[in-house]
Write a protein that binds this ligand. Structure first.
Ligand SMILES: NC(=O)c1ccc[n+]([C@@H]2O[C@H](COP(=O)([O-])OP(=O)(O)OC[C@H]3O[C@@H](n4cnc5c(N)ncnc54)[C@H](O)[C@@H]3O)[C@@H](O)[C@H]2O)c1
Length: 327
């Protein structure tokens, strides 16, 4: 299938993955079969395939700071989410014997994201933090995963071929030829709820931090680089467009300027990476790899504990996948 890097990771096909539980707080989604919830507004993702009922009803998750900023205007919390607790999440994960918990909460929901991570480690379930909120970078949480023998993957999923990956790959290309990056930016616009949420600078702070971290790992000083979500344009829906400019100094200080525009469907672009991350998390648990799995995180995430250039990140990821196949 296009965009799927590995038919099997540690023996697992994408088709071996199945949903056993789901948590949300949106009044329109709680109680629905997951197959219906994923096409219920304000979801903007385009349906590319028929989704059969899963038999899994969306349960109320504990709200914490999940709905804030601009999301308050479009998502009304289900009343049961105001009473739900992290203990409920721990009990549910244990009852369904979940193999992996994927966290796709809104950016800026630090308390909620960290609470789900704590629930996962208490239940002994590997955790994939797709959000920019600090989890592998939160020492107490990372230590709890390591001490409990549970794998932890994060922070902030890289899209499969997203703005960050394109940007860092281009920087590596120029640097490999000895050019110096003088100025650069990365602007992103889109129309889904992620972009609506990120239009609030207070909620978006973590995203700027993780994008700069990825650029820093690519080898440039990114401390003042503009790299973020830069606009919510509702009619674009799930279509995301990034504009990248790199100004570089080449031989005899001659100028090189790159202007790149890339347009992608945002949601499937995350799926290509998530099907790798979920299978790796499962296999890491089977192999007793506890805490942050450094060897895979630089490829899968924007802000891992140990960052790397694109070429080093993908090499380490492939070596890890090859090593678990051989075991
Ligand atoms: N291409 C991508 O989609 C992509 C790539 C990389 C990172 N991410 C990150 O993944 C995260 C999710 O992105 P998205 O596009 O799916 O966002 P989204 O806005 O579509 O979905 C967020 C969901 O979280 C729910 N929620 C809020 N608080 C909750 C709580 N306390 N418990 C349970 N559910 C809660 C919301 O109701 C909503 O359904 C964001 O942090 C985003 O930056 C997405």
């Amino acid at each position: 299938m296009n965009g799927i890097m590995y038919e099997r990771i540690g023996g697992y096909r994408v088709s071996d993955m199945r949903f056993v539980a789901a948590f949300d707080v949106d009044r329109r989604k709680v109680g629905l079969d997951l197959a219906k919830a994923v096409v219920t507004p304000p979801v903007a993702a385009v349906l590319h395939t028929d989704v059969e009922p899963t038999g899994v009803a969306v349960e109320p998750g504990p709200l914490f700071d999940g709905i804030g900023g601009n999301l308050i205007d479009v998502i009304e919390p289900h009343p049961t989410s105001l009473e739900a607790t992290i203990d409920d999440v721990v009990d549910r994960l244990a009852a369904v014997r979940a193999d992996v918990l994927v966290c796709l909460l809104p950016t800026g929901a630090t308390d909620a994201v960290q609470a789900y991570a704590r629930a996962a480690v208490r239940a002994g379930v590997p955790f994939v933090n797709a959000t920019p909120e600090p989890v592998v970078h939160e020492p107490e949480i990372a230590a709890a995963f390591a001490a409990s023998g549970v794998p932890l993957l994060g922070d902030d999923l890289r899209s499969h071929v997203g703005a960050t990956t394109l940007h860092t790959a281009l920087i590596e290309l120029l640097q490999s030829r000895g050019l110096a990056v003088v100025n650069t930016y990365q602007l992103n616009v889109g129309g889904n709820t992620d972009f609506l949420n990120l239009a609030d600078p207070k909620r978006a702070a973590g995203k700027l931090r993780t994008k700069r971290s990825a650029l820093h790992a690519a080898g440039i000083d990114a401390s003042t680089v503009s790299a973020g979500p830069n606009g919510f344009v509702k009619y674009l829906g799930d279509e995301k467009t990034c504009f990248i400019r790199i100004e570089a100094a080449s031989v005899l200080d001659s100028n090189l300027v790159l202007d790149v525009r890339m347009q992608v469907e945002d949601s499937p672009n995350a799926a290509g990476v998530l099907v790798n991350a979920v299978r790796v998390a499962k296999v890491a648990a089977e192999h007793g790899h506890a805490g942050s799995v450094h060897d895979v995180c630089a490829f899968l995430f924007k802000n891992p504990r140990e960052g790397a250039t694109d070429s080093v990140g993908i090499r380490k990821f492939r070596e890890y996948v090859d090593s678990v196949v051989q075991d």
